[in-house]
Write a protein that binds this ligand. Structure first.
Ligand SMILES: [Zn+2]
Ligand SMILES: [Zn+2]
Length: 460
C-alpha cells in the first residue's frame, strides 16, 4: 500500500466526522440523521472500494490505519468542542478540566505508542544451520507441531505467542490483533494499549460531565418557537440540542464508544489479574487448555497453509489461533471451527470483532471464562504479581516472552531465584561483577519439561 493511500485513509474519518456533525447541526433532525448516515456510508465506500479497491466492504481494512483514523478523528473533534465551548466553564470545574486534559493527553500518547511500538516480534533463526538444529531438537523430543513451531516464520514459536496473519509475524504473549490501533497487542505494547483504553474511558466520562455542566449553565432558548416542533425528544433535550447541536452530536458519538470500551477495559483488567490473554481465554473455551490447538502434524499444517492461501482470508477478523493447524484438530477440542477463512456472514462477525464482543460469541469463549476459574495456569502468581508481571512485560516472572519456550519444572519463581543466585556466585567467582543475562536459563535443551496448562491432558 502506498504511503499516500495510508495517509488518506487515516485522515478520511476526521474530515467526514466534521461533515456529519455539521450536517446534523445545519439540517432538521430527520433529514440530518439520514444524510449523516449516508455520509458515514460514503466514507466507508471511499476507503474500502475506492482507496483500497476492495471487492467487499470488510476486506482487509484491518491492515489499514482506517480505524486508528476513526479514533484520532473522534479525539480531535472532542478536543475541538472542549477548546471552543467547554473551557469557558473553567471557574467552576477546574478540577474536571484538569482531569479531562490529563486523560486526553495520556490517551493520545498511549494510543500513539501502542500503534508505533513493536508488539513483541519473536526472533527467527539467524541461519539455516540454526533452523535445522531447532527442527531436529523439536522432532527428537516428539513435539514438532503448530504449538512449538511456526511454519510461516520458519521459527520456534514461544509459549503464549501467536502468528498474526495481518502483521505476518509471531507476536509474543499475543492478546489480539486490534484494528483500532493498527497493530497487534502483545507483550511489548499491551501496557500502552490498556492505558489507552483506560484513559479513553475516563476521558469520555469527564467530557460528558463537562458537557452536562456546560448545558446546565447555558442560556437555553425558553421561547418554544426556537425549538423545532417536530423534535421527538423531551422538551429540555430539544432545547439543549437546538442550543448547540454540534456539541450534542460529538457528545453522543463519544458516549456511544463508552459502551464497548468499558466492557473491553473490564475484561482486560480481569485477564491481567488472572495472567491470561484474550487468546488464552478463547483457547480454553474451544479446546479446554490455553495453548491453542496442538498435536497437529507438520503435513497437516502444510495443507492448512495452502488452504488459506487459496481462500479469501479476512485478515484480522479472526482473533483465534488458526495459523498452522488443521480443522480436524478443532473437532478434537469439541468445538466446530467456523472461521474457515471464507467470508461467510462476515458482516456481523466483523462488527463483533471490531467492538471486541466476538470473545463472547465465538469459539465458546463463555466456556473459556467459566473454565478459567479451574484451569491450571503455570503463569499465575497471584493478582499482585500478575499485575506487576504485566506492567514489566515479564520481569516479575523473570522471562522474555519473545524467547519463552518452556515452563520450568520447578516453577517460575524458583527458576528466577536460582538464576539470580547463580549469577551472584558467578560474579563473586569471576570477580568481574559482570552479570550474566537473567534469562539465559531458558534454552532449547529442556526436553520433556512440563508445559502446565498449555497442553491437552493427554499430551502433558
Ligand atoms: Zn509466525
Ligand atoms: Zn497483528
Amino acid at each position: 500500500m502506498q504511503r499516500n493511500t495510508k495517509l488518506a485513509i487515516f485522515i478520511m474519518p476526521t474530515i467526514f466526522f466534521y461533515l456529519m456533525f455539521m450536517t446534523l447541526t445545519l439540517l432538521p433532525w430527520y433529514t440530518g440523521i439520514l444524510l449523516a448516515a449516508a455520509e458515514f456510508f460514503g466514507m466507508h465506500h471511499i476507503v474500502t472500494r475506492v482507496l483500497l479497491n476492495n471487492s467487499t466492504y470488510t476486506d482487509s481494512v484491518s491492515s489499514t490505519p482506517y480505524f486508528a483514523g476513526i479514533i484520532s478523528g473522534s479525539i480531535l473533534w472532542v478536543l475541538y468542542c472542549w477548546f471552543t465551548r467547554l473551557v469557558q466553564q473553567t471557574q467552576y470545574h477546574s478540577l474536571a478540566h484538569l482531569m479531562f486534559a490529563l486523560s486526553v493527553g495520556l490517551c493520545a500518547y498511549n494510543f500513539f505508542r501502542a500503534i508505533t511500538l513493536d508488539p513483541g516480534t519473536c526472533p527467527k533463526p539467524a541461519s539455516d544451520e540454526e533452523l535445522k538444529s531447532v527442527i531436529e531438537d523439536l522432532a527428537s523430543e516428539g513435539r514438532l507441531n503448530g504449538q512449538t513451531f511456526c511454519i510461516q516464520c520458519m521459527a520456534r514459536k514461544p509459549l503464549r505467542s501467536k502468528h498474526c496473519r495481518v502483521c505476518d509475524k509471531c507476536v509474543a504473549r499475543s492478546d489480539h490483533h486490534c484494528p483500532w490501533i493498527w497493530n497487534c497487542v502483545g507483550s511489548n505494547n499491551h501496557r500502552q494499549f490498556l492505558l489507552f483504553v483506560g484513559t479513553l474511558v475516563i476521558g469520555i466520562g469527564f467530557f460528558d460531565y463537562l458537557t452536562y455542566a456546560y448545558f446546565s449553565s447555558a442560556p437555553l432558548p425558553a421561547d418554544p418557537s426556537e425549538i423545532s416542533p417536530s423534535c421527538p425528544l423531551p422538551g429540555d433535550l430539544c432545547a439543549i440540542t437546538a442550543h448547540d447541536t454540534f456539541l450534542v452530536s460529538v457528545a453522543v458519538w463519544a458516549t456511544l464508544q463508552l459502551t464497548w470500551t468499558s466492557i473491553l477495559l473490564a475484561s482486560q483488567l480481569w485477564q491481567v489479574a488472572r495472567q491470561m490473554t484474550t487468546l488464552e481465554v478463547s483457547n480454553l473455551g474451544r479446546y479446554g487448555f490455553m495453548g491453542g490447538r496442538g498435536g497437529a502434524s507438520l503435513s497437516g499444517q502444510m495443507g492448512h497453509r495452502h488452504q488459506h492461501q487459496s481462500n479469501t482470508v479476512l485478515p484480522g477478523v479472526d482473533t483465534e489461533d488458526t495459523s498452522l493447524v488443521t480443522d480436524a484438530g478443532a473437532a478434537a477440542g469439541g468445538a466446530v471451527h467456523r472461521h474457515s477463512g471464507v467470508c461467510a456472514g462476515c458482516g456481523s462477525g466483523f462488527l463483533m470483532n471490531l467492538l471486541g464482543f466476538d470473545r463472547f460469541t465465538k469459539g465458546k469463549a463463555v466456556d473459556g471464562l467459566t473454565r478459567a476459574g479451574k484451569a491450571s495456569n503455570p503463569f499465575d502468581q497471584g493478582v499482585v504479581a500478575n499485575c506487576r508481571d504485566f506492567w514489566t512485560a515479564g520481569r516479575e516472572l523473570g522471562v522474555e516472552y519473545e524467547k519463552l519456550y518452556d515452563v520450568p519444572v520447578e516453577g517460575f519463581r524458583e527458576a528466577k531465584r536460582r538464576r539470580e543466585q547463580d549469577d551472584e556466585e558467578d560474579g563473586v567467582r569471576k570477580g568481574t561483577g559482570a552479570r550474566k543475562g537473567l534469562f539465559m536459563g531458558f534454552g532449547l535443551g529442556r526436553a520433556g519439561s512440563s508445559r502446565g496448562g498449555y497442553e491437552p491432558v493427554s499430551q502433558a
